[in-house]
Design a protein around this ligand. Structure first.
Ligand code: NIG
Ligand code: FE
Length: 426
């Protein structure tokens, strides 16, 4: 008998989300591996076996056993796009949007930048840790966290240092958001701001793995973004982009051309962008929390900034991306303005409702493909021998129930690197 640290057995279902480490796509997206009466064995923080309970029980001797009868077991969720560190709430600004009223003055990204600048390091860290606790309790075991509410280089570096300093069971992948919005004082000299961002890249590269830019009519042009991203590549960073969220700025094309790990948002993708993304290795990250919170099933609808017909309509775009064979992931985009949610579980539920994606598609997008977008598909994102033991037990027996239900937390127990971090055992 093989000795193991932990055996989870008799799960109604084990959904493995097994698939290509660089992202599941095409017809494979709809083929989800589900093991009935399943079990998972863990040793030294890694998965050593996954299969039917009877087979594993005959093979391993466990120090600790969890009986998962009547419950689902899945990989831990991976959230590959968040603005984790910030201060302040934007609920008042949002009510104006709901009511179709003009936004007040206290709002927008720059307002969050002010709040974040005024908050002390200890307060920002405390809030970020509390948010990571909530994420973990909802099933997230790996999260990307970007700076971006600093704008001034020294303030961006401060945020990167704070993110780097977070100590928490949820693993945090750090991104330097080098160009979010233009500080007003640079309105007359955009080039000077872009030059400062480029000068900051080498130091940011010692703190962050990825460089991100807001390539968008409301952010920076493709030319400005290219200059920053090429500097990031020279400093050894990998790339992710906010691409074409409020209008088409060439962000998707730039992402694929520069070999970015991810292109996120995509709301204003045209057919040629869909084709381009599908023929690249760049993972497209969809953000249904934004669609939901901005009341924009049709991008631009709530602000009256509609482009020429045919409008991008999110369910149609999501289906086009899937059918074209793009690698696709889901993320919260947690931030106080466009998506104030910490829950990948909620995002999975919204993806079905707003984008008309299937259970199988959504499970792959929230696990293995989200890991692939963080270049971590080799060691997490699915339940396979050799991978990190990042997994969770759900209160429901079927993987479809996680998505069909909404509004309550369905997580029972979360295990990160083989260690039980939340749940009844705590
Ligand atoms: O990802 N679009 C740019 N950045 C954020 C929004 C940030 C904010 O509104 O504070 C996003 O949606
Ligand atoms: Fe974002």
């Amino acid at each position: 008998m093989e000795p193991v640290d932990l055996l989870i057995r008799n799960a109604a279902e084990v959904v493995t989300c097994r698939g290509a480490p660089d992202g599941v796509r095409g017809p494979a997206l709809s083929r989800l591996e589900v093991i009935a009466d399943g079990a998972v064995a863990v040793r030294a923080g890694r998965i050593v076996a996954v299969g039917e309970s009877a087979r594993l029980l005959a093979r391993v001797q466990a120090k600790e056993t969890i009986d998962a009868t009547g419950r689902l077991v899945s990989p831990g969720l991976v959230d590959p796009h968040t603005h984790l560190v910030h201060a302040g709430s934007r609920h008042e600004e949002w009510e104006a949007r709901v009511l179709g009223r003009p936004p007040g003055l206290a709002g927008g990204i720059r307002w969050t930048v002010e709040q974040t600048g005024e908050a002390g390091d200890a307060a920002l860290t405390r809030k970020a840790i509390a948010d990571l606790d909530t994420m973990l309790a909802h099933g997230t075991t790996t999260v990307e966290a970007k700076s971006g509410y600093g704008l001034e280089p020294e303030r961006e570096l401060r945020l990167l240092r704070l993110i780097r300093g977070l100590r928490h069971p949820v693993e945090v992948v750090v991104t330097y958001l080098a160009a979010h919005v233009l500080p007003t004082k640079y309105a007359a000299d955009r080039a000077a701001y872009v030059a400062r961002a480029i000068e900051t890249v080498p130091e940011a590269a010692t703190l962050a793995e990825y460089c991100d830019v807001f390539c968008d009519p409301a952010g920076f042009t493709a030319g400005e973004c290219r200059a920053i991203l090429e500097a990031a590549l020279r400093s050894g960073m990998r790339l992710r982009l906010h691409a074409d969220q409020t209008g088409r700025a060439g962000g998707i094309q730039l992402a694929t051309e520069l070999g970015a790990s991810s292109a996120d948002h995509l709301e204003h993708a045209r057919e040629e962008d869909v084709v381009e993304l599908a023929s690249s290795r760049t993972v497209g990250v969809l953000l249904p929390g934004v669609t939901h919170h901005m009341l924009e099933m049709v991008p631009g609808l709530s602000t009256g900034r509609l482009t020429n017909p045919p409008y991008p309509y999110m369910p149609l775009l999501a289906r086009q991306l899937v059918d074209a064979g793009a690698r696709l992931a889901l993320a919260t985009d947690y931030n106080p303005g466009t998506s104030p949610t910490l829950s990948m579980q909620a995002v999975m539920q919204l993806a079905a409702r707003l984008y008309r994606l299937s259970y199988a598609e959504i499970w792959h997008m929230a696990t293995i493909n989200a890991a692939a977008s963080l270049d971590r598909g080799q060691d997490r994102g699915s339940l396979e021998p050799g991978k990190r033991a990042d997994l969770m037990i759900w209160k429901v027996p079927h993987h479809g129930m996680v998505i069909n239900r909404f509004g309550t937390n369905l997580v029972d127990t979360v295990i990160k690197d083989g260690v039980r971090t939340t749940g009844p055992g705590q």
